[in-house]
Each structure stands twice: as C-alpha cells, then as structure tokens.
Design a protein around this ligand. Structure first.
Ligand SMILES: Nc1nc2c(ncn2[C@@H]2O[C@H](COP(=O)(O)OP(=O)(O)OP(=O)(O)O)[C@@H](O)[C@H]2O)c(=O)[nH]1
Ligand SMILES: [Mg+2]
Length: 317
C-alpha cells in the first residue's frame, strides 16, 4: 500500500459525553491501542490523532475528551476545550451515544453538534449489550429527527460489529486530497506521551472513584539502550497526586499497588514499543494542581500542539 494512491483525506472528530466508548472505537478502527480506556468517565484528557490509511483514503480520527458540564476545575475546563476546539476544525463529526436512550448529558452535546455546520454521522455504541436490537430504534429515530445526520449507525466498538460499515460512510465523506501522513504512521503523539497515558490508564483502572481524577503522569526519562544487539527501553514515570493520603493509597501496602500498576503498564508498553521495557514509577504530591491554571498547563503534557492542519490548505478541495 502506498499513500501516493490516496485520493481522499480529512479529519474526523469523535465527540460525545464521557464513557460512551469514543476511545474504544478509535482503537478498534486502528487495530491498535493508542487511546486509553476505562470504565470511569473522563478517562481521555487530550485530543489524540489516529491515522487510518486504506488503498484510497486516509481518515484522520481525532479522539476527544468526553464533553461534560458542571465542573469548575481548571482541568475539566481544559478537557472540554480540547474537545470543543476540535468541533470547528474538522471535515466530519462522529457524534457518539450509547445504548437505548439519550441522557441529559447526551442532549447537551447534541445541542453543540446541532449548532455546528460540519457534516455529522450519529453512532449508537454498545449494541452488544442490547439483546433485542429493536430497542435501539427509538434512540435512532430521536437522533434522525434532531439533525440531518448523514446516517445513524448502531455499532459495537468492543466487538467491532458495524465498524466497517461506519468506515465506509466516513470515507465517502472525506474531501479529495492527498495523504498528510505516511502509511506507517498511526498517531502524531510521541512514544513518551503514549507511555504517560498507559501508566495513567492503569491508575484509572486500579484506583477507586476519586483519586484518578487528581492524578497525572510525567515521563521523566525515556531512553532506548542497546545491549548485545538487543534494544531495551528505560522509562522513569512520575505519578503526581493531590494529597499525601492519595500517595499512600497509590503506593499501597508494602508498595503492592504501585507494583501492580507498574507491571500492568509494562505489559502494554512492551506491545507498544515492541522491545523489552524497564519501567520505574514514583509517586509525588503537588497539592491542588487540578485547580491551578499554570499547573494544569505544565503538568498535562504540554505537547498538546498538533494543529489540525486545515489552515495550510493541504486538505481542502
Ligand atoms: N459492552 C461494551 N462496552 C464498551 C463498548 N465500547 C466501549 N465500551 C466500554 O465502555 C467504557 C468506556 O469506554 P471508553 O472508550 O473509555 O469511553 P470514552 O467515550 O472514550 O470515555 P471518555 O474518554 O471518558 O470520554 C469502557 O469500559 C469500555 O470497555 C462496546 O461497544 N460495548
Ligand atoms: Mg476516551
């Protein structure tokens, strides 16, 4: 496959309230995990670009933080902004909901999608948990009446059901343009960023309800060494928490929880980097960082820089 053959290319934002399965869909489409997922809402904090290249089309998917209202924390405002800025910058929107009914939170995001001029597809996710598929019809009808969506497509991001059908609709909508990325490039994010995210995923998954929202991860060292012709990654990750008590919980009895977080993260990192990994994790306290503008900007990986490359004209008709 050569990107020289690509005739369509464009940006597609995946938007919705927290926890409907946006990141799971992106990973499913790419066949690789680049965006972290968990059962907890507000897992994704940053826009993440995923590049999906076929023989003729390059779709540039942008996974976004779940849009949510009501929190006053700086970190939450930052997350909403990352999602909302995307809305204006793309060629196509995927508005995602889940299951058999729309919640207030879905309707709030739908309102934003209704106000946008960007063409949109509605996706109803998690169909695998709906035994009687006719139960999906009311929600599909409600969506079809709310906006002139290109299509309303029920999918299961988890099982992959109907994801190919969704891709076919997406690809037909993208503008005529040459590829923007090489076909072996799957994201614009650095390995360092992806490492920090993988460690944060384990925190989201292994901690209770409160602490993960006050955690962030900084990769202090990322080096690849070579020994006897074998590559190995040396990674030092710093986990920041908001309180001393949280630090004790993350570390766990005799260091047991931190050990488990590290070993789970290491497994994913081995798959990602495709080499042996030596990972060391530390925990430090920085009180109140999620409510402090400068701290959020500093700590939430400042490489939030990928401009959606529309203004250089390269993907316009
Ligand atoms: N049964 C089922 N579960 C799913 C499906 N897609 C996602 N999930 C689960 O739903 C939860 C949330 O998935 P995410 O992909 O993290 O959701 P998200 O929309 O990215 O969430 P935020 O990043 O918090 O906005 C996880 O536990 C997923 O495993 C699906 O098709 N079926
Ligand atoms: Mg997500």
């Amino acid at each position: 496959m050569s990107v020289a053959e690509v005739t369509r290319c464009g940006y597609v934002a995946i938007l919705g309230r927290p926890n409907v399965g946006k990141s799971t869909l992106l990973n499913r489409i790419l066949g690789q995990k680049i965006s972290i997922t968990s059962r907890k809402p507000q897992t994704t904090r940053h826009r993440i670009l995923g590049v999906h290249t076929t023989a003729t089309t390059q779709s540039l998917f942008v996974d976004t933080p779940g849009i949510h209202f009501g929190s006053k924390r700086v970190l939450n405002r930052y997350m909403n902004r990352a999602a909302l800025d995307t809305l204006a910058d793309v060629d196509l929107l995927i508005f995602m909901v889940q299951g058999t009914r729309l919640t207030e939170a879905d309707l709030a995001v739908l309102k934003l999608v209704q106000q946008s001029d960007t063409p949109a597809i509605a996706v109803v996710n998690k169909t695998d948990i709906v035994a009687d598929k006719t139960q999906l019809l009311p929600v599909m009808q409600q969506l079809a009446q709310a906006k002139d969506f290109i299509e309303v497509i029920p999918v299961s991001a988890q099982s992959g059901d109907q994801v190919e059908a969704l891709l076919t609709v997406v690809e037909a909508q993208l503008p005529l343009a040459p590829a923007l990325f090489e076909d072996d490039q799957i994201t614009d994010r650095s390995l360092r960023f992806l490492c920090a995210e993988i460690v944060r995923e384990k925190l989201m998954r292994q901690l209770g309800d409160e602490i993960p929202y006050g955690c962030t991860v900084e990769v202090e060292r990322f080096e690849t060494t070579e020994e006897k012709g074998r590559q190995r990654a040396e990674i030092d990750a710093l986990i920041w928490v908001e309180k001393d008590a949280h630090k004790a919980i993350v570390i766990g009895k005799g260091g047991s929880r931190l050990k488990k977080i590290g070993s789970d993260a290491r497994q994913d990192l081995i798959t990602l980097i495709d080499s042996p990994v030596h990972l060391q994790c530390w925990v430090k306290v920085k009180s109140g960082w999620t409510s402090n503008e400068a701290a959020v900007r500093n700590m939430e990986y400042a490489d939030e820089t990928f401009g959606l490359k529309k203004d250089d004209g390269s993907i316009e008709d």
